[in-house]
Design a protein around this ligand. Structure first.
Ligand code: FES
Length: 244
C-alpha cells in the first residue's frame, strides 16, 4: 500500500465511488449511499456506473453508441458498449465477443448491429446474436435513465463493501476505522458530509495506523484490504470512500 501526501482537486464526474454512511456516529448503522460515478447497489458485488450524457455527445441522439473502459471491472476485460435507441432506451453490453473474445465494435447504424471485426459475428444492441459464428449473447447490464441526462448502469463485480468500527488509540481520542478491499493501482480517498442531503463532500485526512498522525489524504491500492483511521468530526454525518 502506498500513501499520497498531496491532495489534488479532482473531477468527481470521473471518479468511481462507493459510499458508506452512518446516521449517528457511535452507533454504526452503515448503509450504502450515493457518491460520484459508482455506488454499491444492494449486493456489495454490484456497482452502479453513472454517466452524465452531456459528456458523451454520441449518446444524445438515437443510434448513438460509445465504447467505454470502466475502472474496477475485470482487469482482463473492462469495456462496455452503451447504445441509445429510439424513445431514450439505453442498452449496455460487454464488448467481449462470446465467440473468441475479440472486442465488438459500437453500433453500426447502416447494418443495425454491433459487429465483431474478427469473424463477422453480429449482435443486437441488447447483446442478442443476429449472426454467428457466436452463439451466445453478449453480457448485458441493466440501465436506468433519469429522463434528462443521467444514465446508471448496473455492473456486477464493481461494488465493494466497507467495514467500520470505533478504534481506541492508547491515551488518545477514539477514532473511526474503515476497512475496504482495494484494487491495485486505483486511488482511494475518504469524504464526509454532515447530512445526507448535503451536496458538498469534504476531503477527510486519515492515518494508516491506529496511533499515527491523521494527515494522509489518499492511498494507492495494492490488491489487499486497506484500513484507515479517522478523527471523528462531529456527532453525526456520512462518510464515503471513493476510488478512481
Ligand atoms: S471473436 Fe468475434 S466473431 Fe470471432
Amino acid at each position: 500500500m502506498s500513501y499520497n501526501n498531496d491532495l489534488n482537486r479532482r473531477h468527481f464526474l470521473k471518479m468511481f465511488a462507493f459510499a458508506t454512511a452512518s446516521s449517528q456516529l457511535g452507533s454504526w448503522a452503515w448503509t450504502n449511499s450515493v457518491l460520484g460515478d459508482i455506488q454499491a447497489n444492494g449486493s456489495p458485488a454490484t456497482g452502479l456506473f453513472r454517466m452524465n450524457l452531456s459528456d458523451f455527445p454520441a449518446l444524445q441522439t438515437d443510434n448513438g453508441s460509445v465504447r467505454l473502459k470502466v475502472t474496477g471491472m475485470s482487469a482482463t476485460f473492462p469495456e462496455i458498449i452503451v447504445t441509445r435507441s429510439a424513445g431514450s432506451v439505453f442498452h449496455a453490453v460487454s464488448s467481449y465477443c462470446t465467440h473468441m473474445g475479440c472486442t465488438v465494435n459500437t453500433f453500426n447504424a447502416s447494418l443495425g448491429v454491433l459487429p465483431c471485426p474478427c469473424h463477422g459475428s453480429q449482435f443486437k444492441v441488447d447483446g442478442s446474436v443476429v449472426r454467428g459464428p457466436a452463439t451466445e449473447p453478449l453480457a448485458r447490464y441493466a440501465t436506468q435513465f433519469d429522463g434528462a441526462s443521467l444514465l446508471a448502469i448496473e455492473i456486477p463485480g464493481l461494488g465493494y463493501s466497507i467495514k467500520s468500527s470505533v478504534a481506541q488509540p492508547a491515551g488518545g481520542a477514539s477514532r473511526l476505522s474503515l476497512s475496504f478491499p482495494t484494487v491495485t493501482g486505483l486511488n482511494y480517498e475518504v469524504r464526509f458530509k454532515t447530512t445526507f442531503g448535503a451536496t458538498d463532500w469534504s476531503p477527510v485526512m486519515f492515518s494508516p495506523t491506529l496511533d499515527g498522525q491523521v494527515n494522509v489524504p489518499s492511498l494507492v491500492g495494492d490488491g489487499a484490504e486497506a484500513t484507515v483511521y479517522l478523527e471523528r468530526t462531529g456527532t453525526s454525518g456520512f462518510y464515503a470512500v471513493i476510488r478512481y
